[in-house]
Design a protein around this ligand. Structure first.
Ligand code: MG
Length: 157
């Protein structure tokens, strides 16, 4: 068994779609980034890559590469799952938490789980997704950005 951890942060700005776990969530602001800035999916990818001992998403999908401008992170997650399986591992489960003051993400969690499980080719019970606020504290609490933490468990084939 191999465990990995991932963490990501993106700034919240006006004029961007808010994409979390591949789901477009209605909100006045969105996350800023070279790709669709899907903070949750980015943390999950780094957890998977870390568990396999592979280079992180910054190396795999550099933000200096125009190929990844506006990239759908869910598509990148599919590539990461393929890479990890190609390296000789089965994905056992992932677990993650998104930290955001607003909007309320809980109503979107079922759709997020469905999207992520499909991209990872895992049953939904192998994909844990939670959302929390920071009770108004820190950059997430001030609505300046969102963060996500994820862990992934792999098993050697
Ligand atoms: Mg990111």
């Amino acid at each position: 068994m191999r465990i990995g951890i991932g963490y990501d942060v993106h700034r919240l700005v006006a004029g961007r779609d808010l994409i979390i776990g591949g789901v477009n969530i209605p909100f006045a602001k969105g996350l800023l980034g070279h790709s669709d800035a899907d903070v949750l999916t980015h943390a999950i990818m780094d957890a998977l890559l870390g568990a396999a001992g592979l280079a992180d998403i910054g190396h795999l999908f550099p933000d200096t590469d125009d190929k990844f401008r506006g990239a759908r992170s869910l598509d990148l997650l599919r590539q990461v799952a393929d890479t990890v399986r190609g390296a000789g591992y089965d994905i056992v489960n992932i677990d993650a938490v998104v930290v955001a003051e607003r909007p309320k993400l809980a109503p979107h969690v079922p759709a997020i789980k469905e999207q992520l499980a499909a991209a990872l080719e895992l049953p939904q019970q192998a994909v844990g997704i939670k959302a929390t606020t920071t009770e108004g504290l820190g950059f997430e609490g001030d609505g300046l950005g969102m963060s996500a933490h994820a862990v992934a468990l792999l098993q050697e084939k």
